[in-house]
Design a protein around this ligand. Structure first.
Ligand code: AMP
Length: 559
């Protein structure tokens, strides 16, 4: 029975292919007939109106140069009727060759070719990305880098052609047709990621469920209540990216007192960042800090001006440094107990932008009991529940007076969540200018603006697409989401053969690639602390933290 789906799909595909070939041949037959008739007309007019006898082959030559608008001018009519005929042939040429031909070529040849992409008969563990929203491109880049086989389904043949030309494996088929997914061996796929509108994703999820009841589906969700509908349609992992972004930004904002911010879980361990501003740790080196001895946690990197930097024992913490540590929940709690008396400031934090991201951040902060002042150009109606902001200020945050009214002088932190990177960059500079000690956490929409946001003074910058990419990889590796920072990833990689039997320090992974091994996942699922003398065993998985682009260096060196 399982063979029925694919064989039916192949049958329908064959019929479609035959129909397309027939349509294309009909078109070419029609063009050939027009060329012959026009050539005969040329011969007739030359003879009757201009008294010249031309061969049929000359007629074909004249017709083709005229229809294609080439018009070499070596054979021309001089009579009025002859010129009128030339204009008529020219117009049919424009219509048939310049307008209809590209359309027919794409519709009957290129699109079916893209739709009938052949995939290996034994392919499994691949990822299918359905739709081409904001997440698709960065996700495909990462899948490519990690060597995960993937296909993009894009219904628009023109866009599909452009993407194919850029090297993305595209299948130009409808998103809401089970055959689309059957032809991509859906039941063997590791994950399907839906990146269309909420309505498109819901329709696709239902069709995918019909084709493969057990496949793992993740879907981007935009509207506030879309998650429930997508769940009903069979999506297992809903990605409300903007709302998640708001929560992750809020988690990074200092409020009340110094504290750790848990930014993810890695199997049994927690990953947390610690803004050291106004703590006794400012000015100490990592060696002097000795968090491993005092609290049992390991520092895996330091965020400086929103950039994740590798750590060495001699790295010195400035007041803007944010060390990232990994440890058990108990160890992280003991760090919090130590930090509670530092950087005390119970004034309201300011959230600039009360859209989807800002509202989600506000709710998360209010849940922690943090007072929040929201500034927005207008007033948004929302179902706040118990997460209503303490104050809503209508105004442009680029106006100093509005920021002063919101209490920037005393605020422990400001969250920039407008939907325009240029505005966030401007606001970051303005906020630092008014209150240079304030902690700034910023949303960034386009990765290209990251360094500008960092240089403008943001302590943390995150985008919803990088959260989406991290969520998909968390789903692929069946672990929890860890959001380390823009452009920084938690990489999970099978131990390359040449590292078996070596210790972490022998391998010099950090020195050679800039990636920091934060844990080793054993084949029994157990996660172990990678001390420098820990010996790598066959079947180990490496959990490494570092810049997205560094994984290629690791692959080049070791894999
Ligand atoms: P969203 O993309 O849904 O999170 O919405 C972004 C929000 O930022 C919108 O509600 C805008 O009104 C708001 N916004 C944009 N520019 C400014 C600004 N200069 N001052 C205050 N709010 C702004």
């Amino acid at each position: 029975m399982p063979a029925l789906g694919p064989s039916l799909a192949q049958l329908v595909d064959q019929r479609l292919r035959r129909r397309n070939t027939k349509s294309l041949l009909t078109y070419f037959g029609f063009v050939a007939a027009i060329v012959i008739v026009d050539s005969l007309g040329f011969q007739l007019l030359m003879w009757s109106a201009e008294g010249r006898s031309e061969s049929f082959l000359t007629g074909i030559y004249w017709t083709l140069t005229t229809m294609s608008t080439l018009g070499l001018g070596d054979i021309v009519f001089v009579s009025t009727i002859g010129r009128l005929y030339t204009a008529f042939v020219l117009m049919t040429g424009v219509l048939l060759l310049l307008v209809v031909l590209p359309f027919a070529f794409i519709r009957f040849f290129y699109a079916p070719w893209l739709a009938s992409r052949s995939i290996p008969a034994n392919l499994s563990g691949h990822v299918i990305v359905a739709g081409h929203g904001e997440l698709a491109r960065p996700l495909i880049d990462q899948l490519e880098l990690h060597g995960v086989p993937h296909f993009l389904v894009e219904p628009d043949p023109i866009l599909a052609g452009q993407l194919e030309a850029e090297g993305i494996p595209v299948v130009a088929r409808p998103l809401d047709e089970p055959r689309t997914y059957e032809s991509l061996r859906i039941s063997e796929a590791a994950l399907v990621v839906l990146d269309g509108s909420d309505a498109e994703n819901t329709a696709s999820a239902l069709q995918i469920r019909a084709a493969a009841p057990d496949v793992n589906i993740a879907s981007v969700a935009t509207a506030e209540h879309a998650a429930d509908i997508l769940n009903l349609a069979g999506v297992r992992r809903v990605l409300p990216l903007k709302r998640q972004l708001g929560q992750h930004l809020a988690a990074r904002l200092n409020a009340g007192h110094a504290q750790t911010h848990v930014i993810g879980r890695c199997h049994t361990l927690q990953i947390a960042e610690i803004p050291v501003h106004m703590t006794p740790w400012v000015g100490l080196s990592v060696r002097e800090l000795d968090l491993r001895e005092k609290f049992g946690v390991n520092i895996v990197g330091i965020i400086e001006q929103a950039k994740f930097c590798p750590v060495t024992p001699s790295s010195v913490l400035s007041s803007q440094s944010v060390p990232v540590v990994i440890g058990t929940a108990e160890q992280i709690r003991s760090l919090d107990e130590f930090l509670v008396i530092y950087n005390v400031n119970y004034n309201p934090v300011i959230v600039i932008g009360g859209g989807v991201v800002g509202r989600s951040a506000t709710r998360a902060l209010r849940k922690r009991g943090v007072p929040v002042h929201v500034i927005d150009l207008g007033r948004h109606e929302a179902d706040w529940g118990d997460g209503e902001p303490t104050k809503w200020i209508v105004g442009d945050a680029a106006d100093r007076h509005v920021l002063t009214l919101a209490g920037i002088a005393d605020a422990p932190g400001v969250l920039l969540t407008t939907n325009d990177d240029a505005t966030n960059i401007y606001l970051a500079l303005l906020c630092k200018h008014i209150a240079d000690e304030v902690r700034l956490v910023s949303r960034v929409t386009h990765e290209r603006n990251l360094s500008a946001v960092q240089n403008a003074g943001a302590d943390v910058a995150l985008s919803h697409t990088s959260i989406g990419v991290s969520s998909v990889f968390a789903a692929l590796h069946q672990r929890e989401l860890v959001v380390l920072g823009e452009g920084v990833e938690l990489h999970e990689f099978a131990l390359p053969e040449r590292l078996v039997g070596k210790t972490l320090s022998d391998s010099a992974i950090a020195a050679r690639t800039g990636l920091n091994v934060i844990a080793i996942k054993r084949s029994d699922g157990h996660v172990v602390d990678p001390g420098p003398d820990r010996i790598f065993e066959n079947g180990d998985g490496l959990l490494m933290v570092g810049d997205r682009t560094k994984l290629q260096d690791f692959i080049d060196h070791f894999a």
